[in-house]
Ligand binder design. Sequence first.
Ligand code: ACO
Length: 436
Amino acid sequence: MADPKEEKPGKYTVHQFAAATQGSADFDRSAAWVQAVSHGFHQNRRDEDYIRKTLAAYKADQRTLTGIYVNGDVPPHSLAADVPVATYATMRKPLNIGFGRQLEASLVTAVTVRGTHRRQGILRGMITADLEAAKDDGIAIAALTASEGSIYGRFGFGVATYERNITVDSGARFRLRGSMTGTVEVADPAVLLELAPQIFDRVQRATPGSIGRQEYYRLLASGSIGHDGKPDTAVRCALHYGADGAPDGYVSYRFKGWDTKPYTMEIVDLVAGSDAAYLDLWRFLGSIDLVDVLMWAEAPVHDPLAWAMEDPRCLVDSDVRDMLWLRILDVPAALSARQYAAADKLVLRVADALGHAHGTWELDSDGEPAATVRKVTAREADLELDVADLASIYLGAVSPVTLAAAGRVKELSPKAAFRAQQLFAVERPAHCLTHF
Ligand SMILES: CC(=O)SCCNC(=O)CCNC(=O)[C@H](O)C(C)(C)COP(=O)(O)OP(=O)(O)OC[C@H]1O[C@@H](n2cnc3c(N)ncnc32)[C@H](O)[C@@H]1OP(=O)(O)O
């Protein structure tokens, strides 16, 4: 990783290390790093139990942690020099890029810069070096979820999936068309420690935009760890069983308490391995007594639930927001990994301030599994766009036609944006259930 020291000689040192668990030599450094992340996101100071559990999960994910440390002495009484002034972490997980294909992605997370060191280029130093290193390591795509919409576009990241909050009236109006196709049983949430990753794997294989989940999710879904790091004993769970009798979906949920009116059940995690499991789990949720509304903060924007309801106005959404941001590092690798929905040949002129994707690329698909992508020099382009916009259209969730209307994508040949829309379409709407 490039060292911000290069820009400000002598000021900072970069350390990169694997998350260490209790008892190992690097534990204290990892623990100080976790505290720095909590500070950066205005969370509580973490106790030993939280740090131990968090680092064990980080180790399972094989996260690489980066800390930026001030060189030399720090003023008396201020945070010690071994607490990083900036943090950054990465891990590798598969991204479903449509038609069942998976592409290994570098997931960027836990980016913080202490307020007293901000706007001096520390983030820029960390992210540009990391993207370069990831590309050198053969990674074609990076991903993140952003705290603010204004930070990552300049580094070539574009919004590739969306999510929203939904509130569902589970009173007398709640009725879904059709009837249960499988069965739903209440279970001890602890079973999700084992079952959640297996069931999620079905979603990962079937859903464009899905990203392999980190260790934390099975702990969260099972109530083993709540947002404060303590076990969350309010968490309950139900399993869906398909025709073969095997669990193929689950929902974990928590009651918000008798002081919250209307009485509300909050979905902690809802993972359905089939369309039937999804609707059956909603039928179950809608049948829970003493509850007026169901709330889910990670609902898909294109949600079959609304279309399955006899009264679709039972569902009210709010806060539709960007979720997954992608950054294409290697155009030939990322584009040829995709399967395209149409036969066409399109030439894309891509601008990339960091250079990784810069150039004119010919995408040639016969609409069958294989597509070829090559760099061209002489040919005229059909579309001109920034690498961030290429990331936005990559999973079919953002239309190039919309981006052209916004003035972000330039059409250089007639209907080029529409042709791109047809090419990049995927078999079902992209949705990412994994926050990281
Ligand atoms: C993937 C994730 O983890 S998302 C979480 C991101 N972290 C947070 O939101 C925590 C609170 N914020 C922070 O810790 C910091 O302000 C950070 C990490 C967002 C930015 O770190 P800094 O070191 O100050 O950024 P840096 O100085 O490298 O800025 C690089 C560029 O981004 C711009 N920038 C940085 N932060 C922001 C922001 N919040 N909004 C808009 N622009 C920003 C800078 O102006 C600069 O622009 P330029 O290249 O045109 O001059």
